[in-house]
Design a binder for this molecule. Sequence first.
Ligand SMILES: C[S@@+](CC[C@H](N)C(=O)[O-])C[C@H]1O[C@@H](n2cnc3c(N)ncnc32)[C@H](O)[C@@H]1O
Length: 248
Amino acid sequence: MSLTRDQQSWEHFGREDPLWAVATEEGRRHGGWDEEAFFAGGRREVDAVFGFLEQAGIAVRPGDALDFGCGAGRLSRALAGRFGRVVGADLSQPMLDVAARLNADRPALTFTRVTSPAGLDAHRGGHDFVLSLIVLQHVTDRAVVRGYLRALASALRPGGVAVVQLPSAVAARIHWHPARVLGRHAPRLLLRGPERYRPYAMSLTALPEAEARAALEHDGARVEHVVDDNRAGSALIASRAYVVVRAP
Ligand SMILES: C[S@@+](CC[C@H](N)C(=O)[O-])C[C@H]1O[C@@H](n2cnc3c(N)ncnc32)[C@H](O)[C@@H]1O
């Protein structure tokens, strides 16, 4: 089990085109995002999450929040308007550097590097709210994904709430697309070759709903709602948002 290739890929994306790598909209490649539009997208996402929680009657304390897989801080910045303190955690130092630069005007926000599920031990029981959107789908190894799900549940304080999204199934024609197969199986040697020939990949991983639930229901946390969503960006990818509450 290793995160080396994921880490190399996301360091590359963070150096080359961070905002596009976070929000892969048509026409926004190569610096095509303006910051205002980028962060407005993050506010819409966070407002939608809290709209759902409000409708479902789930109250969230406005204390400490964790944005896991924060990228350039698109969602962290929106969370900073709702919580006293927000930590954005990510695997990619170049992404974190961009996040810190773009959010230097938000003192409630800090960014930190976490390179494994065990890296979240420092957050155990520390957060009233945990958010992770469009992150775990990019973690190649499913055992590692399960480890993160358990660690995110454990990061909640008693009475804390998490919203965690990941795909539950990927259609065969996407899973077996030649570019994806190459991304998964390219020889390690290529990773040491010239930068522009390296097989960087945004991997696409799914975990069946029952497995995701079992991993999230950890340390006194319960999955209260499972919502179909379209965050994985294709009708060929079934995506789920899990709403998790830790017993008070
Ligand atoms: C598509 S971006 C989404 C960023 C943010 N969640 C958002 O919606 O704006 C995916 C992010 O997940 C991060 N990531 C990928 N694998 C990770 C891991 N194992 N641990 C923490 N972050 C990871 C990447 O570095 C990248 O910043």
